[in-house]
Design a protein around this ligand. Structure first.
Ligand code: IFM
Length: 447
């Protein structure tokens, strides 16, 4: 039996992308500057000095990209809407040309039989809002709600499924604590407030979307990761629990339990003064679905103790690794899904991202990416096991349709089912893309 047959007929088989990673055209048709435009033009921020000014030129080649999705046979497409394309300064008047781009994209997807799943925020904050304080500033959450309501009002007659925020952990931690992502700030206190305001934006955005189109189906996409202790030493276990709080529970407890994880809050000494009455009610309003983005696990340890002090056996971080340096750990997908469905009352679940970067090569016009095929098959199997254990899984979006701009890593990691030639913009479906086509529909690879 093929792995595709483990899932029901109405399962959503999708691919995912994000505006800044594929569109290019940073100034076209009145688009405003985003924090990523600013950040990636700052010397030293992006590997090899790569720029997303062109990326996959999807702003011009979107029709071809829809045709490729149709050829692969996906029935869902998760893309993101660039806030500064639609509202160049984040607030104010809507830019007709900006929303017009997504309007045409939606129509083309529907015509191709592909259900659109737009994400309203995948990290390209209008620079004007960052200049006013960014996500640590509470008013950014309200600006997001206005933007979300306006976009849903415009497209909600044809688009039912919406994702509010992609990976709030990345927005707050990488953007404001670690500074590896735009806007590149390293301010631990501001990062905690940013995390809260991003979640508040999710809650207020849901409210605004539902007011604009009552039948929307809306949820968040959180990135989840297994934190494995290096040993059974209590100190290692405590570190793993805290890392789990920072990465997973910080973003799931508020939306499902209306509270932040006590252990994490205490360890970070967060005063929670930015949490105002009513915020957690908005954040924990029931979602129509929840999205999980899953890639890997991390083995963690208390750095203050030595291996000699640890009980044996030690957990080695010795699984195969991807171009990103991430361990390949399919079981983690099953384990986390089952764990979260025990811990929370989960609505329907989508894997809103999962995929892998390996060092692909284009040889005689083909990419034989057996590693990616195997990765997908193993992760589909893990998802099927979670589904069999009762997790209400409804769909799976592979990251990503085509090789694109991988943020601070530039173009080095290739995650696509489709090879992008960044000089010519030619797209070549990789073996994994043909395999996915077969998995979805039973079609075989064209000779
Ligand atoms: O490329 C990113 C995406 O934008 C968000 N999730 C993880 C992917 C791979 O790093």
């Amino acid at each position: 039996m093929s792995i595709g047959q483990s899932f029901p007929d109405d399962f959503v088989w999708g691919v995912a992308t994000a505006s800044y990673q594929i569109e290019g055209a940073p100034e076209a048709d009145g688009k405003g500057e985003s924090i990523w435009d600013r950040f990636s033009r700052t010397p030293g921020k992006i590997r090899n000095g790569d720029s997303a000014d062109v990326a996959c030129d999807h702003y011009n080649l979107w029709r071809d990209d829809v045709a490729i999705m149709k050829q692969i046979g996906v029935n869902g497409y998760r893309f993101s809407i660039s806030w500064p394309r639609v509202f160049p300064n984040g607030t104010g008047a809507m830019n007709p040309a900006g929303i017009g781009f997504y309007d045409r994209l939606v129509d083309a997807l529907l015509e191709a039989g592909i259900t659109p799943f737009p994400t309203l925020y995948h990290w390209d904050l209008p620079q004007a809002l960052e200049d006013a304080g960014g996500w640590p500033n509470r008013s950014t959450a309200f600006a997001f709600a206005d933007y979300a309501g306006a976009v849903v009002e415009r497209l909600g007659d044809r688009v039912q499924h919406w994702v509010t925020i992609n990976e709030p952990w990345c927005v707050a931690e990488l953007g404001y604590r670690v500074g590896e992502h735009a806007p590149g700030r390293r301010e631990p206190k501001a990062a905690l407030d940013a995390a809260h305001h991003v979640l508040l934006a999710h809650g207020l955005g849901m409210e605004a979307a539902r007011a604009a189109a009552p039948d929307v189906s809306i949820g968040i996409a959180s990135n989840i990761d297994v934190k494995t202790p290096r040993s059974a030493h209590p100190a290692d276990i405590r570190v793993a629990e805290l890392e789990d709080a920072y990465r997973n529970r910080w973003y799931l407890d508020p939306v499902f339990l209306a509270q932040y994880p006590h252990d994490g809050v205490a360890a970070r000494n967060w005063d929670q003064t930015s949490v105002l009455p009513g915020d957690l009610d908005a954040i924990s309003a029931p979602m129509d679905f929840v999205g999980f983005n899953y890639y890997s696990r991390t083995v963690v340890q208390d750095e203050s103790i030595s291996d000699a002090e640890r009980p044996q056996p030690l957990v080695e971080a010795d699984l195969p690794r991807t171009t990103m340096g991430w361990e390949v750990y399919p079981d983690g997908l099953r384990d986390l899904l089952v764990r979260f469905s025990d811990a929370y009352e989960l609505p329907p679940v989508y894997i809103t991202e999962s995929g892998v970067a390996f060092p692909d090569e284009l040889v005689d016009g083909a990419v034989h990416d057996e590693g990616r095929r195997r990765y997908l098959e193993e992760h589909f199997a893990a998802a099927a096991e979670a589904q069999a254990a009762g997790v209400p899984l409804r769909g799976y979006f592979i990251w990503t349709l085509m090789d694109n701009f991988e943020w601070a890593m530039g173009y080095t990691p290739r995650f696509g089912l489709v090879w992008t030639d960044f000089d010519t913009q030619e797209r070549i479906i990789k073996d994994s893309g043909y395999w996915l086509a077969e998995t979805i529909s039973g079609r075989s690879k064209p000779r």
